[in-house]
Write a new protein. Structure first.
Length: 180
């Protein structure tokens, strides 16, 4: 039993403030307003977008799902933090989980559905063909082409030749030893 006037810090107010700022701000500005949490959330979102092939390859529908997943992830992490701070997840009087545990599961299911809609497999990033790359990076009159760089002897990867390899002994090559 808590002392009179003692309050349990649930984090509800900070989540409420974060959610109200989400509605006021457009684009990614709401993530920036969250401070360190926003930095972590931005990294998570960037990793998700990279797994989908990059910012240039995702469709508008996928972008909406990514945004919904990012917000759900924020809520889920906040609820998880709250639940882990509780002494027990079970209401001992009623002998059942607290309602917030079930609500947390609903959030987790929502995030799972978003991930399934986006696909569970990483997509390869589209790279241009050699011809397209060279066309895009063709030197113009303003930017002259650079001459090829000379390679020094220390940059050449030297591997032992069969005649200089001393590990087989007696002048035999590695292929001769493998054949016998």
């Amino acid at each position: 039993m808590r002392a009179k006037g003692a309050h349990h810090r649930s984090g509800f107010d900070s989540v409420g403030q974060a959610l109200s700022s989400i509605h006021k701000l457009r684009g990614d500005a709401w993530i920036d307003s969250l401070g360190k949490t926003g930095t972590v959330l931005r990294e998570w979102r960037a990793a998700l977008v990279a797994d989908l092939g990059g910012e240039d390859t995702i469709t508008a529908q996928e972008r909406v799902i990514v945004e919904a997943a990012t917000r759900t992830f924020l809520l889920l992490e906040s609820v998880d933090r709250y639940l882990l701070a509780l002494p027990s997840l079970v209401n001992k009087r009623r002998k059942q989980f607290f309602a917030v545990v079930m609500q947390r599961q609903t959030l987790a299911d929502s995030l799972t559905r978003n991930m399934i809609q986006l696909g569970l497999h990483r997509r390869a990033r589209q790279i241009p063909s050699l011809h397209d790359y060279l066309t895009a990076h063709k030197p113009t009159a303003d930017t002259p082409a650079r001459p090829p760089r000379a390679v020094t002897a220390t940059e050449i990867d030297t591997e032992p030749t069969p005649s200089t390899d001393k590990s087989t002994g007696g002048g035999e090559t590695e292929t001769d030893v493998a054949a016998s």
